[in-house]
Structure formats: structure tokens, C-alpha cells
Design a protein around this ligand. Sequence first.
Ligand SMILES: Nc1nc2c(ncn2[C@@H]2O[C@H](COP(=O)(O)OP(=O)(O)O[C@H]3O[C@H](CO)[C@@H](O)[C@H](O)[C@@H]3O)[C@@H](O)[C@H]2O)c(=O)[nH]1
Length: 257
Amino acid sequence: MSSTLVVIPTYNELRTLPSAIERTLQAVPTTRILVVDDNSPDGTGRLADEIAARDDRVSVMHRSEKNGLGAAYIAGFRWAEDHDVDFIIEMDADGSHQPEELPLMITQLERGADLSIGARWIPGGKTRNWPLYRRLISRGGTLYARILLRSKLHDITSGFRGFRVATLRQIDFDSVASQGYCFQIEMAWLIEKTGGDVREFPITFVERVEGASKMSSAIVAEALLKVTSWGLADRFGSSRGAMEYSRRPGVGGISSK
Ligand SMILES: Nc1nc2c(ncn2[C@@H]2O[C@H](COP(=O)(O)OP(=O)(O)O[C@H]3O[C@H](CO)[C@@H](O)[C@H](O)[C@@H]3O)[C@@H](O)[C@H]2O)c(=O)[nH]1
């Protein structure tokens, strides 16, 4: 049977993390969970340690400071390299992503997907209580990536997704440039561009009821600038800022330098 790791990045998610973990383990009892906490001032890291002490399916990585979603996930991917994992799943701690939808994602991975994305903007996909400005940013981001990067995906910014570890192993993590939610675009595009099997399935995304989003204008600006520079470099052949596909040293793979 395939082994799965759900990576949950946290920054001030004290109220939402316990339910995210409980629902995940109910939906997929065989999975492992790694919480990657960036020294949350509200004590999320300590709470995660308490949960991990009671359940050996749960592990916690403590990082010293808030360093962005992308860096937290990369740290989780590196952790998985030393553990026996076939699929790595990204999931928010705040209840936006429904763990009950994980079996569908895992089925897509088991059937050969390199990347399985839970998508809001395809038939059957929904958002609940998500403010209009967030829907516009999300749909606009996907449209921009479709135009600039010639992506065929319908929800390239979605943070609910699963990777085949063998595919992730081919990516040079040192070259992944994004800090914020642009990380989602970068990873999906790298895999799509290099001919990976990327599939989407419909999800219901629910606006959090506790805590606060970490979305900021800097995160939006990063995505705009990076997607623009990758898109232009891809079209006009400049190597600067472009995604070039080189092998990960000694392994073979994909780099986004
Ligand atoms: N460790 C760590 N975790 C972080 C950081 N920033 C955010 N997180 C965690 O990452 C998850 C998502 O962060 P939110 O700030 O709640 O995201 P959102 O606004 O709901 O955005 C969602 O939609 C975006 C657009 O589709 C997605 O790109 C994003 O991944 C997420 O699903 C939460 O568990 C949050 O605690 C960070 O710097 N460090």
C-alpha cells in the first residue's frame, strides 16, 4: 500500500489545527502528518507537540521564524526525503480544505498522476463564504498564469494538492524561488511544463471561521512579478528568471533557476 504524508504549514493556527489533524486521520487513518510551524506566537507549535506526543502518526517541525508558505513546504519536502513516503499532500490548517476529499486525491496519485490538484474553478468545484476580492485574486491569478505561462490548469494557485514523491525528487529545491502563494504556481508549472501528469478534481473550499489569512499585498506582488518574468523569459528566450529544465545534481530532474 502507498504511504502518504500530509504536510500542514502553520502560523497562528491554534484554534483550527486540532480539527484539521483529527479530520485528516479520520479520513485517511494510515497517513502520516507533518506540521511545519514557524514559531507561531500563539503557541500552535506547542499544541502540535502535545498532539504528536499522543499519536505517533503526527510529527512536528519547528522553524525559528515566519518565512513564507513556500519555504515551509520545501522544509517538509526535505523531511520526507528521509522517510518512506510515496505521496506528499499539501493542506492548510484553517479548515479551508476538506480532509474528507483526500481519498479522491490519493486515488488520482495511485492512478499515475504526478500532481493532483483540488480545484475550485472547474465544474463541481465550489467556494463557501470566500470574499469576492479573494475569488477575484484567485481566478485572476489562474487566468494570468494561463495566458503568460500557457498553463492549461484551471486552479494553479490551489493549495490543496498531492505530489508523487518520485516526481518531487527530480526538482532542485534550492532553485525554487517563491516565498508566498506563488510557490503553488511555480511548482505546478514546473511539473506541467516538463510533461508531468497534472490532474485536477473538484473541491469545496470553505473560508476559515477562526484566525486570519496571511495573504498580503507583498504575496500578490511576488506572484505578479514572478509570473510576468517567467512568462516573458519563456516567450522571448532570455534565461534570466526563466524556468530552465536542468537535472538536480546527481539525481536527474527539474530546476527553476
Ligand atoms: N509555517 C508557515 N505557515 C504559513 C505561512 N504562511 C501561511 N501559512 C499557513 O499556510 C496555510 C494557508 O495560509 P492562509 O493565509 O490561511 O491561506 P489563505 O489566505 O486561505 O490562502 C489559501 O488560498 C491560496 C490561494 O488559492 C492558496 O495559494 C493558499 O495555499 C491557501 O490555500 C495556513 O495553514 C497558514 O497557517 C508561513 O509563513 N509559515
